[in-house]
Write a protein that binds this ligand. Structure first.
Ligand code: TRP
Length: 469
């Protein structure tokens, strides 16, 4: 029905840059290092890599296949199979709102830090932590940056799939790689940096708990943009000649490389300066300026370059989150692209204001014991994405026809995919069970019990009431 007018990626390179652009983001450069720091280093990384290899890669392939097969974004793809499945897509749209309820706040911080790198504020190593704390708690400044950040997203997504999202990805992603490599080399050359490498690559299993596994699984989904229909949506714009398995492998490899690169850019320097690895969400914003503050002279320039890279990474990801909602409104609600983009962005802006203020003036306002920022983050990362991924695996493995999947993954038998049976067994049996165990153990041991129950209830409510969306 949509076929004639549906947008498409302009080229293979363009698609890969867009999909990798979606995957590589704050998740890799901001979140991965601080999670690694909080969860004890090497052991977390090993578990994370396991999640990527045995779960993430297969789910990404499944999302591409579901998207291209149906030619529709998340909600439509599920719905075209059965109304009973609509909720799984709706969960994805909701996740997009939740993630975009805090993502642009951090995106705004990265823009602010491009400028701050030059103002001298970050040149006094002892004060850098206070500067960060003062900045994010400020009721006005971060909001302005967040708004600018969101407007840039709107401008890109309003231009459409190939003219906007793809064009941005093709320029921004390669730049990101170059910048990050520069910073990593700099970090490694600081005397005393080897302790950081040991922390990253010598696993200490004594710190591993059920929470570590859930954190690693949630991070794998978050980082690869999985579990909420984002890659279904991107796959739906993919033409029939593209090979899904090799594209999925490329995207996953790029994402993982950037995460590890970010770790290498940060931990050696962190240890060299005797700082605290478990510093939390402020980690990048405190460590990176420290590294460069020590350099004097051209330090500020390098620091600015790093935050440009962070901003670029964030931007190509948040446009994909915005696109999930926009594609839903276009596919299912027959809206035009532009009004869909504007309307969605306004709602996201409101959520972001709450999230940003929750780190400062509104820090006393909590729901289930957490402020808005953490609420959105925990709800998606610890509950919605993992459950969303599990539902997708069940849907693909148990409800789609095996022949159809084979047809989709081999382009109608034209290309070889020797691992089809392995993939199919993973998707059908192993992944749902694995996610089930990790989610159960992790969710039941989450500190915020109320939030956990709320999240699960929300899913049940959606399953009952969202058939008609
Ligand atoms: N993967 C992105 C990052 O690492 C964030 C992101 C974009 C995302 N689209 C998503 C996360 C979809 C979950 C689902 O920053």
């Amino acid at each position: 029905m949509e076929q004639g007018k549906r947008e498409n990626w302009g080229s293979r390179f363009g698609f890969i840059m867009a999909a990798a652009g979606s995957a590589v983001g704050l998740g890799n450069i901001w979140r991965f290092p601080y999670l690694t720091g909080q969860n004890g280093g090497g052991a977390f990384i090993v578990i994370y890599l396991g999640c990527i290899l045995f779960i993430g890669l297969s789910i990404m392939l499944a999302e591409f296949a579901v998207g291209r097969r149906s030619g529709l974004a998340a909600v439509g793809a599920y719905k075209s199979f059965s109304d009973r499945w609509t909720f799984a897509g709706v969960m994805g749209v909701l996740s997009a709102f939740f993630i975009m309820g805090f993502y642009p706040v951090v995106g705004g911080w990265s823009m602010a830090y491009i400028v701050k790198s030059f103002t001298g504020l970050l040149s006094v190593p002892e004060a850098i932590g206070d500067v960060f704390g003062g900045f994010i708690g400020n009721p006005v400044q971060p909001l302005i940056w967040m708004a600018i950040y969101l407007v840039i997203n709107v401008l890109i997504v309003a231009r459409g799939v190939s003219g906007g999202i793809e064009a941005a990805g093709k320029i921004l992603m390669p730049s990101l790689f170059v910048l990050l490599i520069l910073v990593a080399i700099k970090g490694l050359t600081i005397p005393g940096s080897s302790a950081g490498l040991a922390f990253l690559f010598k696993p200490d299993w004594s710190l591993v708990t059920g929470q570590t596994f859930l954190a690693a699984l949630g991070q794998a989904f978050f980082s690869l943009s999985l579990g909420m229909g984002c890659m279904i949506t991107y796959g739906s714009y993919l033409n029939k000649q593209e090979k899904l398995p090799s594209n999925a492998l490329i995207v996953v490899s790029m994402d993982t490389t950037v995460a590890l690169l970010a770790g290498v850019a940060m931990f050696p320097a962190l240890f060299a300066f005797g700082m605290e690895p478990a510093a939390g969400p402020g980690l990048v914003f405190v460590v990176i300026p420290q590294i460069f503050a020590q350099m004097g002279g051209i330090g500020p320039l390098f620091s600015a370059v790093f935050f440009v890279a962070l901003f670029i990474a964030a931007l190509t990801s948040s446009v994909s989150l915005l696109e999930v909602v926009v594609a839903y409104l276009m596919d299912q609600k027959k809206m035009q692209r532009k009004p869909a983009v504007y309307g969605t962005a306004v709602v996201m802006a409101v959520l972001c204001v709450l999230a940003s203020l929750s780190l400062g003036v509104m820090s006393g306002v909590t729901v289930f014991g957490v402020g808005a920022f953490d609420f959105f983050d925990i709800l998606t990362d610890k509950i919605f994405l993992a459950i969303g991924g599990m539902l997708l695996a069940i849907f693909t493995g148990w409800f789609m026809k095996k022949e159809d999947l084979k047809d989709e993954l081999t382009n109608g038998g034209v290309v070889q995919f020797g691992l089809f049976e392995v993939w199919y067994a993973l998707i059908k049996y192993i992944i749902p069970i694995l996610i089930g165990i990790v989610a159960f153990v992790g969710i039941t041991s989450i500190a915020q019990k109320g939030l956990m129950i709320f999240g699960l209830l929300l899913i049940v409510v959606l399953a009952i009431f969202s058939k008609k969306l």
